[in-house]
Design a protein around this ligand. Structure first.
Ligand code: NAP
Length: 343
């Protein structure tokens, strides 16, 4: 049995659910893979808990579900440490980083936590786009220099293994074109407006249902999709893109009459992220609301579905779609990444 000591930074929708999944899968992981996952440290915005003998992941999940802080974990919770201190001081094999994207704050504290973990020889798994968008090459170089893995399958399209498929199954191919509907929120809001809601009503409903983060501008202005396209470009197209390379049009301001007219034509608007290869091997990257016909695989996506299409020279055209009714698939990408490292 191999024991893997892991740290969890961020205990929200994803972090606390990953704790539930680890608890639920404990027996299977031991039996099938010979792996015992030990949560030894965890951090939220108010403090940390660290116990080299292991925290109880089910208890951590329950504490967070009730709205508490990990700093209140009996005996080992503390408010005088933050996430960075935990990663710098704790003895662990892997960091799972699931704090907010925070691109406007330099992707902190995630970026620093990931740098520290890699420098200390820990593997890193993260569904957080922020650090990858700002420092894709730097973090990969740091991981390589320290002989550890950096995995981030959850950064694009929730639980859809878009990065994994692109990195593993497209080897040897030229990807001529890539199309993705990489989030749920923008399609959801546009569908509500198409149904007849005013924009403000649709936004309010999106916020109340949790489909939109914060005031929703990150998603609706297209930044979320652009960030995911940048990561896809770096990871699967070997194209060192940055946010400034994406020609970006969000869904804000799109004409509601046009949305309804599209439905009458049998089309459905989705915020489409695309990469189109040029003859010199570079790619044109765009994010824009796009009317999709029913005969396009991404034109049939339901409200809880995201998808990606790879158009390749030798492997044909490959489409992957996920139905994601709750955040468990997104959270579970961290387990998938862990298994890729260890199993
Ligand atoms: N939700 C999804 O479906 C989804 C899908 C794919 C990827 N992601 C990405 O995964 C990450 C986590 O998403 P989420 O939905 O779980 O977010 P969330 O529900 O907002 O949770 C964020 C967690 O991070 C903690 N946190 C905030 N600031 C912190 C700090 N300075 N130090 C330590 N912890 C801090 C929060 O603490 P408190 O508990 O104290 O507030 C909370 O536990 C994000 O980067 C997101 O983009 C999310």
């Amino acid at each position: 049995m191999q024991t893997i000591r892991f740290l969890m930074v961020g205990l929200g929708n994803l972090g606390r659910r990953l704790c539930e999944v680890v608890d639920e899968k404990d027996t299977l992981l031991r039996k099938k893979f010979g792996l015992a996952l030990h949560l030894v440290g965890a951090a939220d915005s108010r403090g940390v808990a660290y116990d080299p003998n292991g925290l109880n992941p089910a208890h951590v999940a329950a504490l967070k579900k009730k709205g508490g802080t990990i700093a209140d974990y009996t005996g080992v919770g503390r408010r005088d440490w933050d996430a960075k201190t935990l990663v710098a001081e704790a003895e662990a094999d892997v960091l799972l980083e699931a704090s907010p994207v925070n691109l406007d704050q330099g992707a902190e504290p995630a970026l620093t936590c990931i740098r520290i973990a890699l420098e200390r020889g820990m593997h890193v798994v993260t569904p957080n786009k922020g650090p990858l968008v700002l420092a894709y090459r730097e973090l990969h170089a740091l991981a390589e220099a320290n002989g550890v893995a950096l995995r981030f399958d959850g950064t694009v399209s929730g639980g859809l293994p878009a990065i994994n498929i692109g990195q593993r199954d497209m080897r040897g191919a030229v990807i001529r074109r890539l199309e993705a509907v990489p989030n749920l929120s923008t399609g959801y809001v546009m569908d509500l407006v198409t149904d007849g809601l005013a924009w403000e009503e649709a936004l309010e409903k999106g916020r109340q249902s949790g489909a939109l983060e914060g005031d929703g501008s990150w998603d609706l202005e297209g930044w979320d999709a652009a960030a995911k396209l940048v990561i896809l470009a770096n990871a699967t197209l070997d194209f060192p893109a940055q946010m400034a390379d994406v020609a970006l049009t969000g869904v804000v301001g799109i004409d509601s009459e046009e949305l309804r007219a599209a439905r009458m034509r049998g089309e459905r608007y989705r915020l489409l992220a695309q990469a189109a290869r040029n003859d010199d091997g570079t790619y044109d990257l765009t994010v824009a609301p796009t009317p999709m016909t029913e005969d396009h695989p991404l034109g049939r996506l339901g409200r809880k579905q995201m998808g990606i299409v790879f158009y390749t020279d030798i492997y044909g055209t490959i489409t992957a779609i996920i139905d994601e009714p709750n955040p468990i698939p997104s959270a579970s990408t961290m387990l998938r990444d862990l298994l890729d490292i260890y199993a």
